[in-house]
Design a protein around this ligand. Structure first.
Ligand SMILES: Cc1cc2nc3c(=O)[nH]c(=O)nc-3n(C[C@H](O)[C@H](O)[C@H](O)COP(=O)(O)OP(=O)(O)OC[C@H]3O[C@@H](n4cnc5c(N)ncnc54)[C@H](O)[C@@H]3O)c2cc1C
Length: 397
């Protein structure tokens, strides 16, 4: 039977960063991925400064910066009036080495890190290898995996489930995945049409609120990505049809012909597992919590989970710490997930679609005050770049 100290299930952005961190600490890791290669996943485009600081510790920030776009400014716009507040992350340049959001699709991270993990002496990386089940014994766990049509076992002291929204590890743990699914789906389309030549005052990251059709416009190096709520009257097929594409871009850039390179529909959830740690199995990233993409917190918070967990496992495996280290991980990451990631993304969603009226005016006034006040603005920037949630996490002992 193969054995390792930590078995990581899933080679998405969260599994690969966590495995890289563990390997850099001298821990023997096996990482298994059900697909036969890293997945060409376009979902996440934003890497926040706090995450770049972590990636920098495993020498992964600079290679991603080299292929991504630095977005120092993000805008909160009102679609109807055109009014916007531009928040400038360079105001944090005395706080972070990376005063910007990096716009770079998530598959780039999985590609970079899996290629490095494959060559790392502490790592056994296996593609085409699916986690099936696990059993605990006193000293560790034995996972059953499926590889080349055969079932085998891998012994590990700990198992990390970084296997995404439909996590098999979460099912094994048997924890509740409480929360809700939004009724409306999200439609995402990518285009190399130069939207910035039509709406000339755009930043690379724009959250555009509107009661009828809010809009997110994000630039990555090769394309603009457009995210909108789906029209509930249309079928999935109609949502990604040419007719809907033309209608959508018509509302953005007028009577110009736009081709797309990619169209997808997403179901969006707000869910948190009741337990992240169960004995020797721990879930992180989308396996542990899901949120809407407004703010770019899902992948980033998953990477923050994996980073925290790697430190705790190092304390257990190298410093003789006991169960209390994993209990602390559970308390810290549950708190941040619930009080910041869930709360903020739910609020972001409400703000994007807010209708006219007193509540909307109060929100706009609040944003105006934050934007005009240097202290409040800095707090806002630290929160949105996810430094504040790391501070909150560290304050929990
Ligand atoms: C439209 C959209 C935009 C988004 N934008 C952002 C953004 O800008 N910033 C941000 O932070 N987040 C964003 N997100 C969220 C982000 O995409 C996810 O949070 C992120 O992909 C989670 O990473 P993960 O590694 O936990 O899971 P995944 O990326 O889902 O990776 C899980 C991996 O596990 C593998 N796997 C599954 N089951 C098994 C098994 N049984 N055995 C072995 N392997 C298995 C899968 O094949 C996969 O490779 C966005 C989401 C959406 C829908």
């Amino acid at each position: 039977m193969n054995s390792c100290e930590v078995l990581v299930v899933g080679a998405g952005p969260v599994g690969t960063t966590c495995a890289s961190r563990l390997a850099s600490m001298g821990i023997r890791v096996t990482i298994i991925e059900a697909e036969t290669d890293y997945t060409h996943d376009l979902r996440a485009t934003t890497i926040h400064a706090s995450t770049l600081e972590m990636l920098d510790e495993i020498d992964a920030a600079d290679p991603l910066i080299a292929i991504g776009l630095k977005a120092p400014v993000y805008q909160m716009r009102d679609r109807r009036s055109g009014e916007f507040f531009a928040f400038d992350l360079t105001e944090l340049d005395n706080f972070t080495k990376f005063p910007f959001r990096l716009q770079c699709e998530q598959f780039n991270m999985a590609r970079l890190l899996t290629s490095r993990l494959a060559a790392h002496p502490n790592v056994d990386l296996r593609f085409g290898c699916r986690f099936v089940s696990m059993q605990e014994n006193g000293e560790g766990t034995v996972a059953t995996i499926e590889e080349n049509g055969e079932r085998r076992e891998i012994a590990a002291r700990f198992i990390i489930g970084a296997d995404g929204a439909r996590s098999a590890v979460r099912r094994q743990i048997g924890t509740q995945f409480d929360g809700f699914t939004y009724e409306e789906k999200f439609v995402s389309m990518s285009t190399d049409f130069p939207i910035h030549e039509v709406i000339t005052d755009l930043a690379y990251v724009n959250y555009i609120s509107d009661p009828e059709e809010w809009l997110v416009l994000l630039k990555v190096p090769s394309v603009w990505r457009v995210l909108v709520p789906a029209d509930g009257a249309l079928s999935d097929e109609e949502l990604i049809s040419d007719a809907n594409k033309d209608a959508l871009f018509g509302r953005i850039v007028g009577d110009r012909h736009v081709e797309t390179t990619h169209r997808t529909i997403y179901k969006v959830h707000q869910r948190v597992a009741q337990q992240f740690v169960h004995g020797r199995a721990i879930i992180v990233g989308d396996a542990a919590h899901l949120n809407n993409p407004l703010g770019g917190f899902g992948m980033n918070s998953g990477i923050h989970d994996g980073w925290n967990l790697a430190d705790k496992l190092w304390q257990v495996l190298r410093k003789g710490a006991g169960k209390e280290a994993l209990d602390l991980f559970e308390r810290q990451r549950q708190a941040v997930t619930r009080s910041f990631i869930q709360a903020q993304t739910i609020e972001n969603m409400q703000n994007m679609g807010m209708a006219e009226g007193e509540v909307l005016r109060a929100k706009q006034e609040k944003m105006r005050r934050i934007h005009a006040d240097p202290v409040a603005r800095r707090e806002h920037l630290l929160r949105q770049s996810m430094f504040a949630s790391l501070q909150e996490e560290r304050a929990i002992v």
